[in-house]
Every structure is written in structure tokens, then in C-alpha cells.
Design a protein around this ligand. Structure first.
Ligand SMILES: Cc1ncc(C[n+]2csc(CCOP(=O)(O)OP(=O)(O)O)c2C)c(N)n1
Ligand SMILES: [Mg+2]
Length: 336
């Protein structure tokens, strides 16, 4: 991805910029902490970190209203934090404890919040896309002006079910924004090696769905694109596609040796395009905040994340009886 800096002077308030800085930093520090806890053996199973992609979900969330829905893949911690879910509940789910959002029974890829309208957390690549269209179908049916944000990756964009969902969403003018988080890799496979047409945002053309490419390392660009897409959906014009170009700094999951790309490639992104550093610079150069004010925000975030880690370590393991709750089968332990 070519290096693109935001050169135009953004028309945003100090509060707004500080809010994005804070929200993106929370995700980054949370993910770093999750990586540490994983390394200490406190988190089991799969764990896919969102570091580097923070501006995507924070920019998209900036255009949401109460009642809007979101659904995503297994790389989901950032989405949960950005929609206001409690970091303690997310971290405790990662450590498999009772205080977690799924009572410690779901783990990293399977968390939900009815209150925040977060519908998961899905481990099967692309599976959330038809589900997202279904959520939007319900909103259309209920005529409630809500919009569903359906996130998926560049790899998932090659799945057949995505196009079945596109077809139905277009046919019924469903209020769904298909957000393709193009981080340029699907596990160890670079987009160039797996994808025939690189401009994924054009894939809706066959269905009459408008699409747009967005610089996902620039939170203000993402927010602007999100506002446009939301306005389109809320006005009843049907689905919209946003291909948000981003980059993940860490491996695909915690067990990825990352041999498919060079250290230099990652380093270059970190140094030239980091979404948090860009906003930090905007705050400082625009005289919106001093170094000391930003340090205070850094400390506040660090404290929130440390508290969530403490909670996640101290919360008890789920009780054995919990095996028999939240399941479809009507079985009591003695009959099993
Ligand atoms: C149906 C299915 N096929 C394969 C996998 C294994 N798998 C997990 S993640 C992944 C890559 C997906 O890449 P992308 O959609 O770009 O998302 P990213 O991990 O980059 O966020 C694959 C192939 C899976 N979980 N589900
Ligand atoms: Mg990807």
C-alpha cells in the first residue's frame, strides 16, 4: 500500500480527536496486554490481535447511532472495545473466566453483547456475512432505521456466501454496510497471491451495490466514509461496500511465525502509517493537546487495561454446572 498521509487540515474538534486517540490507544494497549497474557499461558485457544487496524473500527463506530448493530470475524477484540463493551468482561473471556462476556465458555472468538448490539465473534471465515445481512433484514422488516456493520477480511471476500449475501442485500435494499478490512493478508497468503481482482470494493458492481476504497490508517478518512455509507443505508437505498485498506502488525494469530513477509515491511508501516501516531501528531501540531495531556491519557488507558487484566486473572473458572447452561440440548447432567 502506498504511503498516504492526511495532508488536508481536518475540520475536527479537540474533543473528537482526543476521543479517537483514546479509543484507538485502548484497543492497542488491550491487545498488547492480551498478547502478554497469552505468552504467560493465561489465555488458551486461538487469539487474533487487531494491532495496526485500530483506525478502522474506531472510524466506523464514529458514525453509528444507538441501536446500530455490528458483527465481525474472530479478530474481534477491537470491535468489542470500540462499541463500548467492558474491557474487564472481554479480557476475562480471553482467560476463560466466569466474569467474561460468555461466562468463560466462548473465548476470544465467541463473545456477544445484546446491550451493545454486538453479534460476535465468528471463527468460520465469512460466516458472519450472511448473518449480518440477516440482522439488516430484521431491521428493514421492523422499519427502525438501524444499520448493521458487517465486517470481514480480504480473504473472506473470496468466499461464495459473501456474494449470496450481496445478492439478497441488494435485492431487498437491506441497510447493511459490508466493511472489508483489507489487511493485505489472509493468514500467510498475500492478497496478490489469492485474489484475481485487487479492487475488492468493486465486487458489488454485479449487484448494483456502490463501493468505495478507504485509507484505513487514517481514522478521519474512515469516519468520513462511514458517515457517507450510513447516510446511504439509513435513507433506504440499500447496502454499501467499504474496502478499508489497513495492515496488521502482528501475526495472523499468536501461533504465526510470520515467514511470509519481511520485518522491514512491517517496520515501514509502523513508522510511516501508524494510525495512533498520526492522530497524536494532529493533536500536538494543531495545539489541541500538550505532551503532558497525552501522557495523562496514556496513563488512564494503561490503568484501565491493567485493571482488566487483574480482573481476568482473579475472576474464578466457570463452575462445572455451567456446562449445562446456554446450550440448545435439553439434557441434565445425570442424563448425559
Ligand atoms: C471456512 C474457513 N476456512 C478456513 C479457515 C481458516 N482460516 C482462519 S482465518 C483465515 C484467513 C482469513 O483472512 P482474512 O479474511 O483476510 O481475515 P484476517 O485474518 O486477515 O483478518 C483462514 C483461511 C476458517 N476459519 N474457516
Ligand atoms: Mg486479511
Amino acid at each position: 500500500m502506498a504511503a498516504r498521509r492526511t495532508t488536508k487540515k481536518p475540520n475536527v474538534s479537540k474533543e473528537e480527536l482526543l476521543g479517537y486517540y483514546r479509543d484507538m490507544l485502548l484497543i492497542r494497549r488491550f491487545e498488547e496486554k492480551a498478547g502478554q497474557l497469552y505468552g504467560m499461558g493465561l489465555i488458551g485457544g486461538f487469539c487474533h490481535l487487531y494491532i495496526g487496524q485500530e483506525a478502522v473500527v474506531v472510524g466506523l463506530e464514529a458514525a453509528t447511532e444507538e441501536g446500530d448493530k455490528r458483527i465481525t470475524s474472530y479478530r474481534d477484540h477491537g470491535h468489542m472495545l470500540a462499541c463500548g463493551m467492558d474491557p474487564k468482561g472481554v479480557m476475562a473471556e480471553l482467560t476463560g473466566r466466569e466474569g467474561g462476556y460468555s461466562k468463560g465458555k466462548g473465548g476470544s472468538m465467541h463473545m456477544f453483547s445484546k446491550e451493545k448490539h454486538f453479534y460476535g465473534g465468528h471463527g468460520i471465515v465469512g460466516a458472519q456475512v450472511p448473518l449480518g445481512a440477516g440482522l439488516a433484514f430484521a431491521d428493514k422488516y421492523n422499519d427502525n432505521s438501524r444499520v448493521t456493520f458487517t465486517y470481514f477480511g480480504d480473504g473472506a471476500a473470496n468466499q461464495g456466501q459473501v456474494y449470496e449475501a450481496f445478492n439478497m442485500a441488494a435485492l431487498w435494499d437491506l441497510p447493511v454496510i459490508f466493511v472489508i478490512e483489507n489487511n493485505q493478508y489472509a493468514m500467510g497468503t498475500a492478497q496478490q497471491r489469492s485474489t484475481s481482482s485487487q479492487e475488492i470494493y468493486k465486487r458489488g458492481a454485479a449487484f448494483g451495490i456502490p463501493g468505495e476504497e478507504v485509507d484505513g490508517m487514517d481514522v478521519l478518512a474512515v469516519k468520513a466514509a462511514s458517515e457517507k455509507a450510513v447516510a446511504h443505508c439509513r435513507s433506504g437505498k440499500g447496502p454499501y461496500i467499504l474496502e478499508v485498506k489497513t495492515y496488521r502488525y502482528r501475526g495472523h494469530s499468536m501461533s504465526d511465525p510470520a515467514k511470509y513477509r519481511t520485518r522491514e515491511e512491517v517496520q515501514k508501516m509502523r513508522e510511516e502509517r501508524d494510525p495512533i501516531e498520526s492522530v497524536r501528531q494532529l493533536l500536538l501540531t494543531g495545539n489541541h493537546a500538550t505532551e503532558d495531556e497525552l501522557k495523562a491519557v496514556d496513563k488512564e488507558i494503561k490503568d484501565i487495561v491493567n485493571e482488566s487484566a487483574e480482573f481476568a486473572k482473579e475472576s474464578p473458572e466457570p463452575a462445572l454446572e455451567e456446562l449445562w447452561t446456554d446450550i440448545y440440548a435439553d439434557v441434565a447432567p445425570q442424563n448425559a
